[in-house]
Design a protein around this ligand. Structure first.
Ligand code: ADP
Ligand code: MG
Length: 187
């Protein structure tokens, strides 16, 4: 058996982590063995949990980089039924290869992350994972300017700090493409 790869993408506040943890709960309810991983860089709410913006959380292991993830995975005595990785855009694109190898062990993999940075450009790692996924789930947020449920971009209020810059609503808002262009023209 080859594990199934599901990739959950969208802008900030689109419910990616919620969706990821919903799937994790389904495996737990079915008494399956799961593992939740997240990049060490994301300590917004917690160091040892994956936490949604609604503060639903599940215990997770913080991982520094893809190499550490590979070493950790290989060190496991018992392979899990599924692995859940949040904020995949923070890992380098060699994650694609590792995820592929993990599915070859029969482990299902769920990845969640931003598909685009605040410049409306793709995040490479997420894009590559989407390419090899069995299923891609594109989430939307409510546009924080016009209120329509068509927010597909993350707008950065102060465009400093680069594309790998962790933050919440003080830094980023979810917007639709029309409102994104409108905000950009006023910068
Ligand atoms: P993500 O992981 O995509 O950033 P989460 O799953 O952590 O998102 O959080 C989703 C929750 O964020 C929603 O259930 C809602 O309560 C809240 N939220 C805040 N702002 C928005 C918005 N603009 N659009 C949709 N949900 C929002
Ligand atoms: Mg999230």
């Amino acid at each position: 058996k080859i594990g199934k790869l599901t990739v959950i993408v969208g802008p900030m506040y689109s419910g990616k982590t919620t969706e990821l943890l919903n799937y994790a709960e389904i495996y737990e309810l079915g008494r399956k063995k799961i593992l939740i991983l997240k990049p060490q860089i994301d300590t917004r709410y917690s160091k040892d949990d994956v936490v949604t913006h609604k503060f639903f959380k599940m215990p997770a292991r913080a991982i520094k980089d893809v190499q550490e993830m590979e070493e950790y995975y290989k060190s496991l005595n018992e392979k899990p039924d599924a692995i859940f990785i949040d904020e995949v855009h923070f890992f380098d694109s060699s994650l694609t290869k590792l995820v592929k190898e993990i599915t070859k062990d029969g482990v299902d993999v769920y990845c969640a992350g931003l598909d685009m940075n605040y410049l409306w450009d793709p995040f490479e790692t997420t894009a590559m994972l989407m390419a090899v996924a069995d299923e891609v789930i594109k989430k939307r947020a409510v546009c924080e300017v016009c209120g329509e449920y068509k927010g597909t971009l993350s707008y950065k209020k102060k465009s400093n700090g680069g594309i790998f810059d962790v933050g919440g609503k003080e830094k980023y808002i979810a917007v639709c493409k029309e409102c994104y262009e409108e905000l950009k023209s006023k910068e």
